[in-house]
Design a protein around this ligand. Sequence first.
Ligand code: PLP
Length: 437
Amino acid sequence: MLPETAAIHAGFEVDPVTRAVAVPIYQTVSYEFESAEHAASLFNLEVEGHRYGRISNPTTAVLERRMAALEGGLDAVCVSSGQAAVYFALVNLVSPGQNIVTVPQLYGTTHTLFAHILPDLGINGRFAKDSSPSSIAAQIDADTRAIYCESVGNPAGNIADIAALAEIAHAHDIPLIVDNTVATPILFRPIEHGADIVVHSLTKFLGGHGTTLGGVVIDAGRFNWKNEAERFPMFSKPDESYHGLIYHEHFGRAAYLGRLRSVYLRTIGATLSPFSAFLLLQGIESVAVRVDRHVDNTRYVAEFLQTDHRVAWVNYAGFSTNPYYKLAQRYFHGRVPSILTFGLHGGYEAGIRFYNALQLVRRVVNLGDSKSLACHPASTTHRQMNAQEQLSAGVRPETIRLSIGIEHIDDIITDLDQALSQATATEMQMPAAEALP
Ligand SMILES: *Cc1c(COP(=O)(O)O)cnc(C)c1O
């Protein structure tokens, strides 16, 4: 199935008991064992089946199969948020004293994870000076266990050269992990270009309506954990926490996800609720048509801002002057994902004035909603960073990040236009009462 079809059908067959065509919500915590012996063989992972709702659920399993199909992966594990997916994807393959090489332009909370939280666990996040393959290669040492990047960085809109990064990772016998949230599998499928593991915040374009948090880890099933037993002993040495299970013996190509579910989902419990899985499945059914509209509207907005004298700069990879234009052509065929950043003259104050003047476009920190959204990273998502970290993350004091929705383009432009007018009005034009509170 092509992605447009997989988004609607993959991973589900009409329910054999009820003949229900929509995916049923299995709102249950537990599943009855036929007998003590059956329970024992489930716990030994000898037979397939569900044991307990923290570990697996039939509704969530449909979402897992659908996401694996959309990304062209072997299998997937869903978790309660994108951030849980990022965290599990990393800690599943790295041990204290080791490191993961990443790029400076990352989703704000992921940056915090690498810069502060993982180091407290003895795991080093090594930031390359930029996202170029040579800068990333320069950070790899004998203790590196993965390269991590976002296919499209948030908020800077930087595009990673996934094929080049995969080649570097594999030359060092380590996997490439890619957060594909902003691109979605409709625009880009990292596994086709060599990525080993893909993570998503399902909260964004995939769910698509800003109602439901969720995350997923997808494994291409290609990385040979067995051959790399010295680097990744967790997959080939008996797990004492699981009566001596050896993951690659038991799960074969699915060892990575088998361990992620058996160790992290089971003991930390960042479980997606079945109702959330159902809502996310509803969103995914229309993701392909929504993404098309997001992409078209965003190009229109980028061109509007670019030609407007009130705007100082626009960062949009669809412009031939943009440093990521070539990668956008190569990997997205010019269908540039629908976040862009821009700035007005006048720094932080101008950014805030524009932000506060928006009426239709919502002031939020998320992205990938059917609604148009705006974020002022310097005062919100990137507030914990110092000025230098902000700059290398692609955040200037005046930066506004837009996530363009699927409303009528004329209404979006009208709102941006009036907010620009308000933000750039001189004090002379402002009512005296506002100028002198
Ligand atoms: C939102 C986001 C996350 C975190 O996802 P949540 O579902 O909010 O936890 C991770 N990566 C990227 C690129 C995101 O946009």
